[in-house]
Design a protein around this ligand. Structure first.
Ligand SMILES: Cc1cc2nc3c(=O)[nH]c(=O)nc-3n(C[C@H](O)[C@H](O)[C@H](O)COP(=O)(O)OP(=O)(O)OC[C@H]3O[C@@H](n4cnc5c(N)ncnc54)[C@H](O)[C@@H]3O)c2cc1C
Length: 449
């Protein structure tokens, strides 16, 4: 890259990536728990994809029963610490809190959940779960993201022998390698991995299925297989200049930031992020916090169509990220290194089959922005090579089709969940899928619900 942003000192990096939401003190946790109205129809529980009994765990906090509170939470969600810190609570549980209807601040459910789960981990993960005796059947789980971890934890407690195969050197999927460090650190994710291992689950890291071991061998070795491989790299832009030095994939950039070796992450002085989903916002915000002077998001539709959540957008704005809506990149300019990006203004016309208005370029509105780095964040591809090696599965637009109750794929021995079946949602969806799939596998192998 031609112009790198100047390095900051360690304290500045730590400050820039410090937690956005601090933990509750014991007094403030109890005070917040006591605000809960314990609604008879608990809209918060309905809004949570893992259906945690939220009023029950909050009640237990208010009476000082933190172990019981953590048990209530974890029984529904094996990655509850990640979800407490990274879930978009504004549009899930807290968004459904009845206090919103009264024009009052909703209960801080995410922070209360974190309070109970922090206690559980600080107490060294007390043994509070019943584990069924071994049933002699084994499950191979591919991928140790939230979907794989949830499936493994639940299956281990149901009495299965479980082995997770993970391509990366450290487990946890995007909880470890993707979620913005100011929401959660790698250490949080690794605590959840330790919990899953405490149920006897074996995790083989640095093991890519399809390369180090064939899928067929995994299928022969285990009685059932769960696929939780997530998605692949960012989609290509397909414009000239995409191969210049200084153009990178948002997922790879974010992964480097997650290592917390801030000094060694290369970031330009002037950065353009292409796309306006949550990943684009994270990449832009992280580039700014690493010291970039100028960061702009370039998005071909308007703010109204932007896929990112409003609170993520506001965070980026607060960090000084500039939004170029109704703008499309047409060419990345440079001689070996990125020097500028040529864009064109867009207008929205008729809606497509999904009701989304189509963007069209406006002739003669081309303009150039001087930049040193381009981060591609226009969605992730599915792992087509891997998926083509799995016999019998059916794909729907590149994602795996499953039975919505059992999570069984077209191959009866193979189950799947998480981003590879939904095209990219949230951690909480992956956690739910993995847990449900463990029960689908139990039904398939043991004939029991
Ligand atoms: C940058 C970014 C930020 C995000 N931030 C948030 C957030 O703040 N809050 C939120 O709720 N959600 C967030 N998400 C979404 C969330 O991270 C995902 O929905 C969730 O992690 C999906 O879980 P998963 O288990 O399906 O896949 P992943 O977490 O992607 O895990 C898949 C795992 O499978 C492994 N794997 C893949 N192929 C193989 C193979 N062939 N052999 C062995 N292992 C393999 C991968 O290495 C990986 O560890 C974010 C996503 C991204 C990309």
């Amino acid at each position: 890259m031609k112009n790198l942003a100047p390095k900051l000192n360690h304290e500045q990096y730590e400050q820039n990536f410090s937690e956005l939401t601090p933990p509750f003190s014991p007094n403030s946790a109890v005070a917040e728990a006591n605000r809960c109205l314990y609604c008879y129809d608990s809209p918060c529980t309905k809004a949570c994809p893992t259906h945690i009994d939220i009023p029950a765990f909050i009640k237990k906090i208010s009476t000082g029963n933190l172990k019981g509170s953590a048990k209530t939470i974890l029984e529904s969600n094996w990655v509850a610490l990640t979800c407490a810190k990274a879930c978009p609570v504004e549009v899930l549980c807290e968004g459904a809190c009845v206090y919103n209807d009264k024009g009052e601040k909703p209960i801080e459910i995410g922070r209360l959940q974190r309070y109970a789960i922090d206690y559980f981990f600080s107490e060294g993960m007390p043994k509070i779960f019943n584990q069924a005796p071994s049933n002699g059947k084994s499950i191979g789980v591919i991928g140790s993201g939230p979907a794989g971890l949830a499936c493994a934890a639940e299956a281990a407690l149901l009495g299965f022998d479980v082995t997770i195969y993970e391509a990366k050197k450290a487990p946890g999927g995007l909880n470890t390698w993707g979620i913005a460090p100011y929401k959660m650190r790698q250490a949080d994710s690794l605590l959840e991995v330790e919990l899953v291992k405490s149920f006897g689950v074996i995790i083989k890291t640095g093991t890519t299925i399809g390369t180090d071991i064939s899928f067929d061998d995994i299928l022969k070795k285990h009685d059932a297989v769960f696929i939780g491989i997530g998605l692949g790299k960012s989609t290509k832009l397909n414009i000239p200049g995409e191969n210049l030095d200084g153009v990178c994939d948002a997922i790879e950039f974010i992964e480097e930031v997650k290592t917390e070796r801030w000094q060694s992450v290369k970031v330009g002085r002037k950065v353009a992020v292409i796309g306006a989903g949550n990943t684009a916002i994270d990449a832009a915000t992280e580039a700014k916090r690493l010291g970039a002077d100028f960061v702009t998001i370039i998005y071909r539709r308007s703010k109204a169509e932007m896929p990112a959540y409003e609170f993520e957008y506001l965070l980026a704005k607060k960090d000084g990220v500039i939004f170029n809506f109704l703008t499309n990149p047409v060419k990345i300019i440079g001689n070996n290194h990125v020097e500028a990006i040529e864009c064109v203004k867009m207008e929205l016309k008729e809606a497509d089959s999904r009701g989304k208005r189509k963007p069209y370029s406006i002739e003669g509105t081309e303009f150039v922005i001087s930049i040193d780095m381009v981060i591609k964040a226009v969605g992730q591809n599915s792992k087509a090579d891997f998926l083509s090696s799995v016999p019998g599965i059916r794909l729907n637009n590149g994602i795996i089709a499953v039975d919505t109750i059992t999570y069984q794929t077209g191959n009866p021995k193979v189950f799947a969940g998480g981003d590879c079946i939904n095209g990219g949602k949230e951690v909480v969806n992956a956690a739910y899928d993995g847990k449900r799939a463990a029960h689908g596998i139990k039904k398939f192998l043991l004939g029991e619900e």
